[in-house]
Structures are given as C-alpha cells and as structure tokens.
Design a protein around this ligand. Structure first.
Ligand code: PMP
Length: 423
C-alpha cells in the first residue's frame, strides 16, 4: 500500500456525511492520520508528529500487548454479557483492588458519558432527589443527563433547571480558591426547592482550564456534599488511570473516598470501554427498581483490552514514569514561559499541563486567539497539543503516558518557537 498523501476531498466528505453541527477538526490544517506507535502519530504523507495531546492511547498508541490482547480475544469469542466469561469479572476485581475499601462494585459500560449517566441515575434513585452540581465550564458527557452537567456545551447556553454550578479555583488570578463558591451553589439548589442528589468533579478540571487542585479544597467540597445528604461523583475520565502520577486515581491525591468513580477514555487504550465503581449498598438499593444492563459493557474483547492496559501500567511502572516525566515537563514549560510574557501561567500535575496565554501578564486578559495560533503553529512544527478553558486560551498538554523525559525537549522547543512566531 505504502504512502499515498492527503485526500483533498476527505474534509468535505466528512462535513457532508456528519452535517454542520459535528465537532470541528483540530488545527487549521487537520492531520490526516494513518498509523501511530507510542507517542508518535504518522500522517498519510509519512510525516511523524509528537502526540502531546492524546489521553485515549493511555499506555501509548498501538501498544503491542493491548493490540495482541484484542486480537487474541476477538479470535476466541466476543459477545454480549449475559454469559459467564472470566475477563469482565477479572477486570472488575482488578479495578476494585485499586480502590479504597467500600468501592467494591463495578458496572461496565462503553463510554465516559454512559458511566456518568449511570452514576447520576443511581445517585438520584438512591437519594430521591434531583439537584446536581458541577463546575462552571465542566464537560461530563453527551447524553441528556450528562449534557445537563456540562455547561461547556449547554443547549443555547441555558442552564438546566436542576443544575447549579460553581467556579473552579483560578490559582493564576487568586480567585475561587476556597469552597465558598461551592457552598453558595449548594445553597441556591436548596433555595430553589431542589435538594442535591450529587456533585460531580473532574479531578484536574480539564475543560475549566486545568488545575492542580488543593487536596484540602476537594476534601471540603466532599464534606459539604455529604453534609447536604448528597453523593460525590469523581469523574476520572481525564484525571484517572495514572494521569496524575499519584496512583491510578486522582481522588487518592485528595484523600477522599467518592461514592462513584467513573472512568472511560484511557481504560481500553482507544478501545471503547468504561466503568462506574461504586458501593454495594448503593447498587443494592436499585435491585428490582432499574435495569443497569449494557449489551456491550464488559464484553470479552473490551475487557481483555482493559486488562492488558492495567498489566502494562503495572509492568512498565507507568506511575513512576509519569511522576519523573511530570517534573521534567513542568520545569521545561516554566523555562519557556519565563522567556515569553504572553505565557502567563504554567500549571498541572503528572502528565496533564496547561499553559495559559494572556494578552498582557499585568492584566492577565485571556488570549484565546493566540492560543489557537500557537496550537496550529506547533502542529506545523510536528507537535500536537490542544486548547481548553472557557476562553480557549489554555494550551492543553496531556500526552499518552508513554511520553517520557526524552520527548520533553522537542515539545518545549516547538512551544518556544510557536510563541516566538505568534508574538
Ligand atoms: N467526563 C470527562 C471529564 C470528559 O472529558 C469526557 C470526554 N471528553 C467525558 C466525561 C465523556 O466521555 P465520552 O466522550 O467517552 O462519553
């Protein structure tokens, strides 16, 4: 087959096939991808890009142990989940073994949205309430339930009646650092006659602009939630699976034990598999009241993929790598930012970093327009990053966990060049 070069009609065919509301592609010139391995993506013209953006290929693109597990299981059997098969059961056992006592029950689904949707449904059923809390620019999914908890994409920007939001901490501007915004959101729900069922938080608040949350802050949020008789959902879709380097889960960094842990994206290294981890007493309340069945959830091939990812995280000592690389990445990014006043803040943890661009470090006015240009310029320099935050002015650096210290200089150099060229 060999290299063929870009297909000039593909973008137009995509637009025609998916319609005008489909999410836009990344970059001024979208990358037409062909193959990938580790932290490298190769396009159809044979050019390689350092992937510093992708948290889905958690242990690296096309990890041979994951692809082998998928292939092996596909040849044996793949089916729905009404038969006995050890893979899903072993997966559930392995997941609960990574959690504190009490988080002993697993429901397997197919996407982060489904996991959050199910957690929310259980929370409302168990509490008999329907008020919900999320951060002010959160994203938790595409279903009706989870879209309501996703101000980033509310229909026409309108807040659903049962939801209240709180501003995530903005350490750069010293705003919203304590739990008072959360307490006020809780109070608003009560005032409106909507007792809270649950609060949901992404442990690195990715779509709000990325933050290394203070454990005491999160503990206070959880305390207030429980005091109000509500349940805590730790959305680990972005922050989980070793991303922060602390353990498999970001909630461990905070010293809290959630009522629900949800995970998707990285769990199958690109294969769709997701989960809710919760307590037996919560699930027991739903017996005979609701169906929690998913046709594909925990099918043997998905479970085999997820088991292989857990094996790799253990055997390759991924947590150690994330910790070491995270430190190297932080100092490299800080060094670049020191030379470029427009790069006002560098923040993050593990392998999740944000570089916030501002028009002027004195006013700290968000510069989303430049962030886009820097991102596109980096793409042309062969390094893929994203943007996030309410103003789209935070460069999102969130590579596969195969990213190591040897990759840091190339990323830092591309960032420095892009900042110079977009001044
Ligand atoms: N939660 C968070 C924090 C996410 O970032 C996302 C996806 N961006 C989701 C949930 C939804 O996951 P999915 O797209 O797999 O449904």
């Amino acid at each position: 087959r060999g290299r063929r070069g870009p297909d000039p009609s593909l973008a137009a065919r995509r637009a025609a096939a998916f319609g005008p509301a489909v999410d836009p592609l990344f970059y001024d010139e979208p990358v037409e991808v062909a193959t990938a391995r580790g932290v490298w993506i190769t396009d159809v013209a044979g050019r390689s890009y350092l992937d510093a953006y992708n948290n889905v290929p958690c242990v690296g693109h096309a990890h041979p142990r994951v692809t082998a597990a998928i292939a092996r299981q596909s040849r044996q059997i793949n089916t729905h989940t009404r038969y006995l098969h050890p893979a899903a059961i072993e997966l559930a056992e392995r997941l609960t073994a990574t959690c504190p006592p009490g988080l002993d029950t697993v429901l397997l689904v197919n996407s982060g949205s489904e996991a959050n949707d199910l957690a929310w449904r259980m929370a409302t059923a168990v509490t008999g309430r329907r008020g919900g809390l999320c951060t002010a620019f959160a994203y938790h999914g595409i279903t009706e339930v989870t879209a309501a908890l996703s101000p980033e994409g509310w229909l026409d920007g309108v807040r659903p009646e049962h939801v209240e939001t709180w501003e995530a901490p903005d350490t750069y501007r010293g705003r919203h650092l304590d739990a008072s915004a959360f307490a006020a959101a809780l109070a608003r729900l009560w005032e409106r006659g909507l007792p809270p069922a649950a609060a949901i938080l992404d442990g690195i608040v990715t779509s709000d602009g990325i933050a290394d949350l203070d454990p005491a802050y999160v503990r206070e949020l959880v305390r207030l939630t429980r005091e109000a008789g509500a349940l805590w959902i730790a959305d680990e879709v972005q922050s989980g699976y070793a991303r922060t380097g602390a353990s498999l889960w970001s909630f461990d960094r905070f010293g809290v034990v959630p009522d629900f842990v949800t995970i998707g994206k990285p769990m199958g290294n690109g294969h769709p598999v997701a989960a809710v981890i919760t307590r037996r007493d919560i699930v027991a309340e739903l017996v005979g009241r609701a169906t929690l069945f998913s046709t594909f959830g925990g099918n043997p091939v998905s479970a085999a993929a997820a088991l292989a990812v857990l094996d790799v995280i253990e055997d390759e000592r991924v947590l150690d790598r994330v910790r070491g690389t995270g430190l190297a990445l932080r100092s490299a990014l800080a060094e670049v930012a020191a030379d470029h006043p427009g790069a006002g803040d560098v923040r993050g943890v593990g392998l999740a970093w944000g570089v916030e661009l501002v028009t002027d470090p004195a006013t700290r006015e968000p510069d989303g327009e430049r962030a886009k240009r820097v991102r596109d310029r980096m793409r042309h320099l062969g390094v893929l990053v994203g943007t996030t935050g309410r103003h789209g002015n935070v460069l999102k650096i969130r590579p596969p966990l195969a990213f190591d210290e040897t990759h840091v200089p190339a990323l830092a150099e591309a960032l420095a060049t892009a900042l110079t060229l977009t001044r």
